[in-house]
Design a protein around this ligand. Sequence first.
Ligand SMILES: [Zn+2]
Length: 237
Amino acid sequence: MNKYLNQLVKLSEINKEIDAFEPRVQKIEKSISVAFEKAKNANDSVDLLDVEIKEAKLKKAKNESLLAELSEKLKSIGKKSSAIKSEKEVKALQLEEDLAKEQCDFANEEIARFEKIIELKESEKTKAKELYLELQKAAEELNISIEREREAIEEEMAAAYAKKSELVGAMSQKILSFYEKIRKWAHNSAVVPVRKQACYGCFMRINDKTNALVAGSEDIITCPHCGRILYKEAAQS
Ligand SMILES: [Zn+2]
């Protein structure tokens, strides 16, 4: 393989390596953000339970004050009953008393119901809080362990860029800009091997003449179909 082509193959490999870093970094960042998101969701459910507990407590308190009012009312009914005489008035007062007692029963049932709700939600909240703390800790640990991986990627990246700049410095500007022009549309398949007499970029068969040139020419040969730079792999040439 001629020197220029050899440089292009190397440069193309380094560019592929460099482009592979970003997805790796993104994968790491994604896993961290997923872990923190899970912890945040757990914390949100603690907050939601807090709101529900507050609401239940408020409703319980309303029923308690209603119960206090009703008990005052029953006391005053008791007082009135000693002062009235007529049958009609006794009946009316009796009705009022029955109604107040019914309301008392209902308020007591409601208080018991809300107490159960509060108890249940408190125990749910304790569990949710534990889960949140667990998930938050896991996310922080993941963040620390991944930090090392991130540093390793950065080191690899720096090495790849150093390799690239050394290679680019040694290359012909003309060939370099020719390669970059193709790379604009072909991206990391600007330099491709010929396998089974086909361009490995567009997968079209190349003619015998081009095939022979790729194998032996000192010029840079491009695919007659797509324009990518072609080379013969060492093992197959
Ligand atoms: Zn092609």
